[in-house]
Every structure is written in C-alpha cells, then in structure tokens.
Design a protein around this ligand. Sequence first.
Ligand code: SAH
Ligand code: MG
Length: 224
Amino acid sequence: MNDERAEVFFDALRMELPEYINELEKEALRNEVPVIRRATRDLLRYLLRVHRPRRILEVGTAIGYSALFMKECLPPDARIVTIEKVEMRLREAEKNLGRYDKSGQIRLVKGDACDVLKEMAERQERFDFIFMDAAKGQYLHFLPYIMEVLELGGILVSDNILHDCDILESRYAVTRRDRTIHGRMREYLYRITHMDELETICLSLGDGTAVSYKTEERHEAEKT
Ligand code: SAH
Ligand code: MG
C-alpha cells in the first residue's frame, strides 16, 4: 500500500483542531523533536474518546505537543501527568503548557521516568490510560512499574515500537547501542504480547504503536 497517498487522503478527513496544535507540530518538526505522527494522533484521539479515561499518564513530554493534543480530546475533569527529564525540553514544555493549558489539566513532572514511575508505584498512584513515548531502550525497565500503576481495564499505548532509532538520535548512536535498543524493544514487545494480564495488538501505524488492555487473568480456555 502507498502509505504517503493514504496519509494525504486521511488528512483531508481529519477533524478540525485548535490552530496552536498545528503550530506546535510545525515547531517540533522544524527543531527535529520526535513528536507523534498524525496517524498516532488519530489513534490516541479514538482511544481517548471511546475509552474516556480520567487519569492519564504520559512518559516522555518533549515540548508538550502530545499532552496538549490529548487534552483537546478529553473532558475538563480529566487530568494528565506527563514526565520529562531533559532540561531544554522541560523549558519548552513549561512555556507551551503555560500558554495552552490555562485550566491546568496537565501536570509536568521533572525527572527520570524510572525514578518517577517507581515513586508513583510506591505511592500506589493509579492511571486508566498510559502513553509510553520515551527512550525506546527503557520501555522494558519501565514495564514493571507501568503494570503496577495501570488500573484493571486501563489502556497502555506504546509508541515507536518499530524504529530502531529516531533519525535525530541515530546520528549519535553507535551500532552496539542500536543493537541493545533493538534487543530490549523486541523483549518488551514479547512481554506485552505474552503477558496474561495484557491483551495487546501491535500496529504498523505511525512509527509502530502497540495498544494493550489490562485484563483480569484469563481462564485457560481463553488463552490463544
Ligand atoms: N510525547 C512527545 C514526544 C516525546 S519524545 C510528543 O509526541 O509530543 C521522547 C521524550 O522522552 C524526549 O523529550 C526525551 O527527553 C524523553 N525521555 C527519554 N527518556 C526519558 C526518561 N527516562 N525519563 C524522562 N523522559 C525521558
Ligand atoms: Mg514517539
């Protein structure tokens, strides 16, 4: 299938968004910030509108683009917590959230997601929707904490499951590091697709996206 033609075709069908979202997207692309693709945006919007979560967690804020996009898909009483560790990105995110999240639906947490998630798990915080969009090589380390803070019936969306490395990062990446990321991502995907507590579908949409639903443990007969 010609993905590019489909992309243009689908673009014409997309719903109107506040103008600032498209401005932020342009700014991100200009500065090589690896923000979500349009198709990923569509998927997030669909899941948020159908599942209607109230407590959303995002791992990997960058400049706040996807967090603000998700906010636009949610009712005013929904809350988003988003984690970022890079100082330069945090400054941009703070600026953008200050400007476009006037009602304060989004809370930016500074720090390494590994530490932040661990603390959240210890405090028994719970989320009904998690968007995983940070360093691909770390998803595997985050997973135990993610499973703790994800509620039963909650959804986990994992972005960038197909690409070994973002173009932006590959410049600095050495082959050995690439291999490590590959291995860890493969292991992550194996885990989320074989875990009893998750029902997962892997999609080649965008940069590759997995959607997982946290279920009760299934009976033997239901397992495939
Ligand atoms: N979700 C954003 C894009 C995120 S890009 C959007 O679509 O708009 C991935 C971000 O995750 C980067 O800004 C990177 O600094 C951050 N990140 C990577 N590893 C992290 C970690 N361990 N803890 C916190 N942030 C991390
Ligand atoms: Mg991404």
